[in-house]
Design a protein around this ligand. Structure first.
Ligand code: DQQ
Length: 582
C-alpha cells in the first residue's frame, strides 16, 4: 500500500517537474474495438472517467497551471444534483495530474450542485473562487471559496465562505432564480477601487443579459442598476467572459491592470444555451460609467444570429480564458461535447473533453480574434514530420500521406491557388449560410471550380469512413469568398452518431494569402484551425474501421482546377499523461 503510494507520488513528481522526463510513446497498436479505449483521446484533457462539461477557474499559481471542471463523479452523463468541481494541475498545460475535488455540494446554498465559476487573484495574490451554487429549491446563488492553505501550490483544499451566498437573484430586475449563474473573473476599477464581476442571466421576455455586481471587499456585492450587456431574443446567456486585448500585438492582458484605452479593445464572450454556441463581441469599455460598447452585436435576421462571431464553428461551449503571467498570453479553454448517443457514453464510461488550450489575440484588422493551439502541445510531436513541398494536386487527386500515426497526429498544410477566375460564382439565390454551403458542397462532390480540396483524416482503407476538412473558393462580385468545412457525414458507419457537417467562412484573400489548415487528430477528436487561426472547427467522430493503426491520412483535390500544396508537415503525436489513475 505504502509502496504504491510512494510510487504514485514519485511518478507525479516526474510528470510535474520533469525530473526524469520520460515520454515513451506507448501507443497500443491494437485494432481491437473497445468503446472506452478506442475513442479515448491521447492528448486532449479529460478526467480518468465519467462526465465532464465546462472548464472552470483556469489559472496559474506558484508555477503550476490549474484547471477545474464541471464533473459528475457518479456517471458518464450530466446530473442535475451531483455536479462537483473536478481539479487537475500541470506544469506544462499538456500533462495533467488529478487532485481531489475542489468543491462538492455540502451546504444548503449548493446542495444541488457546484456549478461554473472563475478565479480572481485579490491584491494579496491569493486566488478566490466565485461559483454558482444550486440550493435546495434549485435556485442559483453566487458563492465564494478560498484556499485552505495558500502556501500549497496544489491548492488541494478550498473553504467556502461563512458569508455565502454572497449574491442572490434580484427579483426587481425580472430575473428568474433559475437563470442566474456563472460569475466571471472579477476586475478592479482604478478610479474607485471596487471589484466588478459579471453574472449570466436572462429576463422573462427572453432577453439575454449579463448582470454587473460591484464590491469593496469581495464579500458584500451590490448589483448595478443597469445590465452590463443585453440583447433581445437571445435567451439565457451562460458563462460570460470579459477581458482586454491589445490592438497591436499578441501579448495577453490582465483585466485588472490599468491600460491606455487607445491601445486596447475589450472582448465579451457569451455562451448561448438556446443554440449551444460561444459568441464574442469586440468593443470598448468605459471604465468610469461601466458601459460596454461592442462594435458588433446580436441582430436577429430571419431568426438567425448575424454580426456575431463564434470562437468555433463546430462543437465548443462554455469556454473561459485566463491570463498566463508566465508567458504573457491569454489562454482559452472550451468544452467539446460528445456526438455519440447516451447509451454509448454510458458504455464508454466517460463523456466530454476539453479542446487543446488556445492562445488568443486580436487580429491586425481588429475584426476578430486569432486562436492557436498553445505552443507546448508541439512537444508531443514526433520529429521529423512527414513533409511535402510544392506539390501540385491535380483535379481529382487523392494522395495518401503515409508514415504518420493517422489516428494521433498534428497536420499543417498550406495551399497556393491560382486560376482564381475559375472559382465557382456564388449564386445570389443561395443561402449565405456557410454550414449549409458545406453540406451542399461535400468533399465528394466534383463540380466546376476551385475546391473542394484539403485533408481527409481518419479514413478507412477502402474509404468506407473518413472525415474531410477542406476549402472551397467562390467568386462573389470582384471578391473571393473562402469557405472552410469539416464534413463528418461519412466519419462513421455507426449512423447513430451526430454526423453534422460544420462550416464557416475564412477571412482571407486567396490572391495574397495562402490557404492553410492545421488539424489535430486525436482518435475521436478532429480540431481544425483555418487561415492561421482565423476560423476554428472542432468535431467529434467515432469511426468503426478507421481506428488506431487502421486509420489513414490523405490530401485531396476534388475540384476541377489544380491547386498546389505549398507545404505539408504531418507529425505523429505522443500520448500525454492526463489524469491517469495511479
Ligand atoms: N454548465 C454549468 C452551468 C453553466 C452550464 C452546469 C454551461 O453553470 O451555465 O454544469 O454549460
Amino acid at each position: 500500500m505504502r509502496t504504491s503510494w510512494l510510487l504514485s507520488k514519485f511518478s507525479f513528481l516526474i510528470i510535474l517537474y520533469g525530473v526524469v522526463h520520460i515520454e515513451a510513446f506507448h501507443q497500443t497498436h491494437s485494432s481491437t474495438f473497445n468503446l472506452n479505449q478506442t475513442y479515448k483521446p491521447s492528448f486532449h484533457f479529460q478526467p480518468s472517467k465519467n462526465w465532464m462539461n465546462d472548464p472552470n477557474g483556469p489559472m496559474r499559481y506558484k508555477g503550476l497551471y490549474h484547471i477545474f471542471y464541471q464533473h459528475n463523479p457518479k456517471g458518464a452523463i450530466w446530473s442535475n444534483n451531483s455536479i462537483v468541481w473536478g481539479h487537475s494541475v500541470s506544469k506544462d498545460l499538456v500533462n495533467w495530474f488529478s487532485l481531489q475535488h475542489a468543491l462538492t455540494p455540502t451546504k444548503p446554498y449548493d446542495i444541488n450542485g457546484c456549478w461554473s465559476g472563475s478565479v480572481t487573484f485579490l491584491s494579496n495574490n491569493r486566488p478566490n473562487i466565485l461559483y454558482t451554487g444550486i440550493d435546495k429549491n434549485n435556485h442559483q446563488t453566487q458563492n465564494l471559496a478560498i484556499p485552505k492553505n495558500a502556501s500549497d501550490p496544489f491548492l488541494r483544499e478550498w473553504i467556502k465562505s461563512p458569508k455565502n451566498p454572497i449574491m442572490l437573484p434580484n427579483i426587481v430586475n425580472k430575473i428568474n432564480a433559475t437563470s442566474f449563474r456563472d460569475p466571471t473573473t472579477a476586475w478592479i476599477g482604478h478610479h474607485d477601487g471596487l471589484w466588478r464581476v459579471l453574472v449570466g442571466s436572462q429576463q422573462k421576455d427572453n432577453r439575454g443579459i449579463t448582470l454587473l455586481f460591484k464590491s469593496k471587499d469581495f464579500i458584500n456585492w451590490i448589483q448595478a442598476k443597469y445590465p452590463f450587456y443585453s440583447a433581445k431574443k437571445i435567451g439565457m446567456l451562460e458563462c460570460p467572459d470579459f477581458f482586454p486585448v491589445l490592438i497591436n500585438g499578441t501579448f495577453g492582458l490582465d483585466t485588472s491592470i490599468k491600460y491606455d484605452h487607445d491601445s486596447i479593445r475589450y472582448v465579451l464572450k457569451v455562451s448561448l444555451i438556446d443554440v449551444s454556441h460561444d459568441y464574442y463581441l469586440i468593443g470598448t469599455y468605459d471604465t468610469i460609467k461601466d458601459v460596454y460598447i461592442p462594435k458588433n452585436g446580436f441582430e436577429q435576421n430571419n431568426n438567425e444570429l448575424t454580426l456575431v462571431i463564434r470562437y468555433d464553428y463546430g462543437k465548443f461551449y462554455a469556454s473561459k480564458t485566463f491570463y498566463d503571467d508566465a508567458k504573457k498570453r491569454r489562454v482559452l479553454w472550451g468544452w467539446i461535447n460528445e456526438s455519440s448517443i447516451r447509451e454509448d457514453d454510458v458504455q464508454k464510461g466517460w463523456s466530454g473533453i476539453q479542446a487543446i488550450p488556445r492562445t488568443l489575440w486580436l487580429d491586425k484588422l481588429g475584426k476578430q480574434l486569432i486562436q492557436w493551439p498553445i505552443v507546448e502541445i508541439e512537444k508531443l510531436r514526433i520529429n521529423p514530420p512527414v513533409k511535402l513541398h510544392s506539390k501540385v494536386l491535380k483535379r481529382g487527386t487523392l494522395l495518401e500521406i503515409s508514415g504518420v500515426t493517422a489516428a494521433q497526429a498534428d497536420v499543417e498544410i498550406s495551399f497556393e491557388v491560382n486560376d482564381l477566375e475559375k472559382a465557382q460564382a456564388l449564386n445570389p439565390s443561395w443561402k449565405m449560410d456557410p454550414q449549409h454551403l458545406c453540406t451542399e458542397n461535400g468533399s465528394k462532390v466534383k463540380e466546376t471550380g476551385l475546391g473542394p480540396f484539403g485533408l481527409l483524416v481518419l479514413a478507412s482503407k477502402n474509404m468506407q469512413e473518413y472525415t474531410s476538412i477542406f476549402f472551397k473558393v467562390f467568386r462573389a462580385n470582384k471578391k473571393h469568398v473562402v469557405l472552410m468545412c469539416s464534413d463528418q457525414s461519412r466519419s462513421s458507419l455507426n449512423h447513430k452518431n451526430d454526423l453534422t457537417t460544420y462550416g464557416a467562412f475564412v477571412d482571407v484573400n486567396p490572391i495574397y494569402d495562402e490557404l492553410s489548415i492545421r488539424t489535430l487528430i486525436d482518435h475521436s477528436v478532429v480540431e481544425s484551425f483555418g487561415g492561421q487561426g482565423k476560423t476554428c472547427i472542432a468535431s467529434r467522430v467515432y469511426p468503426t474501421l478507421a481506428i488506431n493503426d487502421n486509420a489513414h491520412l490523405h490530401v485531396f483535390n476534388n475540384g476541377t482546377v489544380d491547386v498546389k500544396i505549398e507545404k505539408l508537415s504531418a507529425w505523429s503525436m505522443k500520448k500525454a499523461k492526463i489524469n491517469e489513475i495511479h
